[in-house]
Write a protein that binds this ligand. Structure first.
Ligand code: HEM
Length: 189
């Protein structure tokens, strides 16, 4: 069955989801900004939003009105993408030039981040109601790119600097919600 587009979330939610990025960009504009720290914070925010977007499908099973959460899933996914772009911008600002960025492209902790972002691009580009209608069943299949994107993002977070604790926590959270979504959720109730 082809799912019908759900009503759009209201602007306060978009604003709330944009706030971490806006705050990080404002902090980056300060003369004494610690760009490495801001890069790390934006990466954490992006990963949390991405995991929240994927986990919301499983979490909705606990709710009496699952649609209330499901209709916000797309906003969470778009916020994850937008925050990832801000993360990349802060990383570029911290590096200061393209050459050092290209020089470390083959490091596992870095290419995994690029690959995660690359997978999020088609999802963001097809996030409109019109794209969902046009693509029919293919849209749902394409949305599954969010899973390898999350796996790459968490591997990236685990490999760079000191992101291990958050990456493990998010991987564990995601595993629980996915398990519930695909297995336990079917037999419960
Ligand atoms: C565009 C490609 C990307 C590049 C070049 C990149 C680069 C970096 C760098 C250099 C750091 C280390 C920051 C520091 O500690 O100083 C970092 C951390 C991190 N990034 Fe990315 N990243 C990219 C994409 C992503 C994406 C798409 C996500 C998630 C959706 C993400 C999530 C994280 C996380 C969770 C951390 C660990 C933060 C911490 O706790 O220390 N990154 N990234």
């Amino acid at each position: 069955m082809i799912s019908r587009p759900l009503p759009q979330p209201h602007w306060p939610l978009w604003l709330a989801l944009a706030l971490p990025s806006l705050a990080l960009l404002a902090a980056a504009g300060q003369a004494d900004a610690d760009l490495d720290e801001l890069t790390a914070l934006s990466g954490q925010a992006a990963a949390i939003l991405l995991v929240a977007a994927i986990a919301s499908t499983g979490a909705a099973r606990w709710l009496a009105r699952p649609q209330a959460l499901i209709r916000h899933r797309r906003a969470l996914g778009l916020a994850a993408f937008g925050t990832s772009v801000v993360h990349l911008a802060l990383y570029a600002a911290a590096m200061g030039a393209l050459a050092p960025m290209l020089a470390e492209l083959d490091a596992p902790g870095i290419w995994t981040g690029w690959a995660a972002l690359a997978l999020l691009v088609p999802l963001a580009l097809t996030s409109t109601d019109a794209a969902q209608r046009r693509m029919g069943r293919g849209w749902k299949r394409l949305q599954r790119l969010a899973w390898p994107a999350a796996a790459l993002a968490l591997a990236h977070g685990y490999l760079v600097h000191d992101g291990q604790r958050l990456a493990l926590l998010l991987a564990f959270t995601l595993a629980i919600f996915q398990l519930y979504r695909f297995n336990l959720g079917r037999t419960a109730r």
